[in-house]
Design a binder for this molecule. Structure first.
Ligand code: ADP
Ligand code: MG
Length: 339
């Protein structure tokens, strides 16, 4: 339905005021803050930061609807802000050559099963988020433990960050896997920084603090594991009314992880549950929690299920450059191996 004329006019007036009050500052500045954009004062900036739009880039790529929801501005104001962000950004065209050079920095952390490594192009990639989703017992946490050890094996000076939300990280398991590989588990355990996240806010905060480990403590973080990404969110936000808020928070969390992986060439591995809830008739039991928000931010998505004779089957879903396919592997005392 067409809007009434005066509504448009009102919005125009609001936008005019915004532009007059806060003209875009000269864009020579090294790093543009979101408060440099028209119509973003301290209060709006705070709301935007809390909902995952803390950078000019995140605003430039947002839709007016998203911004409207995130900051409570009018649609017209949101458009103005987005347009300003877009023109302020050099919208980052990189030549294919530059991209290729960046791709050359990519490292791959292997998991012990050659079949699974091959499925995802030779190992779990840095500069990307790999999500493993699947039912309870499908092997998500086992992969996390193996990646932690193998990261240390491949990069002895590296640090592993492990955000544990379900209290399933086990140093004893790390010890077993190390012994299988003939590695000194004490050294490896020393380099795994484990943080138990007690709720979703805590989890988000922990992820945001990883930047400090890298810049202030100068640790060479090579892999960040979040196991599980969604369990707290799922438990805390129940019912339809809270879905939008939950998705917004997951979105913000994913962006934190995405930024980390991108700016520090880190391999991010997150686990996710599937929506099998016997209490409802809704939901595909093979669908990951968090839906598109998680899916869009992940570069690789693996669907894990139990296979024959105690094996596990991983299926690659939505990869930018690899064929869809499946790989079978077995969880053993020493880690993962091929069937
Ligand atoms: P989830 O997908 O719920 O995180 P896990 O990764 O914890 O599942 O997988 C649990 C399964 O891993 C167990 O059911 C068992 O089959 C296997 N497993 C766990 N620890 C060992 C071990 N030390 N030796 C052999 N298999 C193990
Ligand atoms: Mg688990």
């Amino acid at each position: 339905m067409a809007k009434k004329r005066n509504e448009y006019e009102q919005e125009e007036v609001i936008c005019e005021e915004l532009t007059m009050e806060q003209p875009i500052r000269p864009l020579k500045k090294e790093k543009l803050e979101i408060t440099d954009l028209p119509g973003i004062g301290a209060a709006t900036a705070e709301k935007l930061e809390q909902t995952g739009y803390g950078t000019v880039l995140s605003i430039a790529v947002a839709s007016p609807g998203e911004l409207l929801e995130a900051a409570g501005v009018t649609e017209a104001a949101a458009r103005k802000i987005i347009n300003a962000a877009r023109s302020a950004m050099e919208m980052g065209f990189e030549s294919g050559e530059e991209l290729l050079r960046r791709r050359e920095r990519v490292v791959k952390i292997t998991c012990g099963s050659v079949a699974l490594d091959n499925l995802i192009g030779g190992g779990f990639e840095s500069g990307a988020i790999t999500e493993a989703f699947g039912e309870f017992g499908s092997g998500k946490t086992q992969i996390a433990h193996v990646l932690a050890v193998n990261c240390q094996k491949q990069y002895p000076d590296s640090t592993i960050v492990y955000i544990d939300t379900e209290n399933t990280f086990r140093p004893e398991r790390i010890k077993q896997i190390c012994e299988g590989l003939g590695l000194d588990y004490n050294k490896i355990l020393k380099n795994i920084k484990v943080a138990r996240a007690y709720n979703s806010d805590h989890q988000m905060l922990l992820a945001e603090k990883i930047e400090d480990l890298i810049t202030k403590q100068e640790l060479q973080v090579k892999i960040v594991i979040v196991d599980s990404l969604t369990s707290h969110f799922r438990a805390e936000f129940i019912g339809r009314g809270t879905l939008a808020e939950r998705q917004q928070k997951i979105n913000r969390h994913m962006h934190t992880l995405l930024r980390l992986s991108d700016s520090h060439n880190i391999c991010v591995y997150v686990t996710n549950q599937v929506s099998s809830d016997p209490g409802t008739f809704f939901g595909d039991p093979t669908k990951p929690i968090g839906g598109n928000i998680v899916g869009h931010a992940s570069t690789f998505r693996l669907y894990l299920r139990k296979g024959k004779k105690g094996s596990r089957v991983a299926k690659l879903i939505d990869s930018p450059n690899l064929a869809e396919g499946e790989a079978s592997f077995i969880v053993t005392t020493e880690g993962l191996k091929d069937v």
